[in-house]
Design a binder for this molecule. Structure first.
Ligand SMILES: [Zn+2]
Length: 71
């Protein structure tokens, strides 16, 4: 069964165009003030709009990687 993929960002119902490991994108999205919908799946999907935001965010992150805060 193939379920339709919907963007995993809270409040968004656009179709997901890319799939990611949830853990990988949740942090970057949080920095952009976006939250992922809660779910049991380890995969998360982003629509084209949120994918753009995610990409921007990760690009920024690479730059500050050197002096990022410890967790
Ligand atoms: Zn979205």
């Amino acid at each position: 069964m193939v379920k339709e993929k919907v963007c995993s960002v809270e409040g968004c119902s656009e179709p997901g165009v890319r799939s990611f490991a949830r853990a990988k994108i949740s942090e970057a999205l949080q920095k952009a003030s976006l939250t992922l919908k809660s779910g049991r799946s380890r995969r998360a999907y982003l629509c084209s709009e949120h994918y753009k935001i995610y990409k921007k965010q990760t690009r920024k992150e690479k730059r500050v990687n050197k002096w990022r805060y410890g967790t």
